[in-house]
Design a protein around this ligand. Structure first.
Ligand code: HXC
Length: 257
């Protein structure tokens, strides 16, 4: 049983995972990251769970890596850090992941947000990479994913100055897809997740993979992957079902075949 996560049993294909370390603003220590990686690995094996919503508290999604834990690690500790494999496990999650963000998403917390496929933020959310204030720099994608998400100038400003941006700014910059009232953030993320959970699972999986390819490949390779994925889906029962349902004016019942 995870101790630093609250996991709501899957409903309508959606599992809600809440980071729960209130005494430390959900700072991401080894245990919390390990529990999150294990939970996502379990979801990966569970065909009934199609989409995950990840959230924190009203005050903090996550205030970054646990600074007290960081203080205990020397260079050898950092090189053998188990958190590296936890981050890798989180980043290889293949089902849709929606972050519902309220409060602080700083450092590793902002990096965790950027592992999500869709980000819904409450008006009071704040996104920042303050590592520079600790004499370090982001280490879980905060330079690479942030630049791809918001462009060079704002990424440089955030990483080099450590200044956070608010939810509206994050939305304008492309880090966040929707801004809601803080009390509606999770509800909206779940609504979206349920909608996605009704779609054909193979199509969702391949569409996610193709979209992520756009971030790290050249256009010609990305288009080749898209064409290939499109062709793979042409042979699925779900494609047949989707087209039949349209023609018969009924809702499609996708099975993942
Ligand atoms: C450990 C943390 C923490 C953190 C907050 N706390 N952030 N503990 N690691 N990252 C603890 C505080 O020590 C405090 O514990 C309690 O949570 C409440 O925090 P306060 O500071 O009292 O709250 P507030 O004044 O509201 O300020 C909130 C805050 C501030 C702005 C989020 O806590 C803050 O600046 N935190 C650090 C943010 C940060 O620098 N993150 C980047 C970390 S480096 P006590 O026991 O005193 O009550 C990083 C590298 C990633 O993320 C690398 C990935 C590989």
């Amino acid at each position: 049983m995870p101790q630093m996560l609250k996991v709501t049993p899957t409903e309508h294909g959606v599992r809600l995972i809440t980071l729960h370390r209130p005494e430390a603003m959900n700072a991401l220590n080894t245990q919390l990251l390990g529990e999150l990686a294990a939970e996502l690995a379990a979801v990966e094996q569970d065909p009934g769970t199609r989409v995950v919503v990840l959230t924190g508290s009203r005050k903090a999604f996550a205030a970054g890596a646990d600074i007290n834990e960081m203080a205990e690690r020397d260079l050898v500790g950092i090189l053998n850090d188990p958190r590296v494999s936890h981050w890798q496990a989180i980043s290889s999650f293949s089902k849709p992941l929606i972050a519902a963000v309220n409060g602080f998403a700083l450092g590793g917390g902002c990096e965790l947000v950027m592992h999500a496929d869709i980000v819904i933020a409450g008006e009071d959310a704040r996104f920042g990479q303050p590592e520079i204030n600790l004499g370090i720099m982001p280490g879980a994608g905060g330079t690479q994913r942030l630049l791809r998400a918001v462009g060079k100038s704002l990424a440089m400003q955030m990483v080099l100055s450590g200044i956070a941006i608010d939810a509206r700014h994050a939305q304008r910059a492309g880090l966040v897809s929707e801004v809601t009232q803080p009390e509606l953030t999770i509800e909206r993320a779940i609504e979206l997740a349920r909608l996605i959970a009704q779609k054909a699972p193979l199509a969702v999986r391949l569409a996610k993979e193709a979209l992520l390819k756009a971030q790290d490949t050249d256009l010609a390779s990305g288009l080749r992957f898209e064409r290939h994925a499109f062709t793979v889906l042409a042979g699925t029962q779900d494609r047949e079902e989707g087209i039949c349902a349209f023609q018969e004016k009924r809702r499609a019942n996708f099975t993942g075949q």
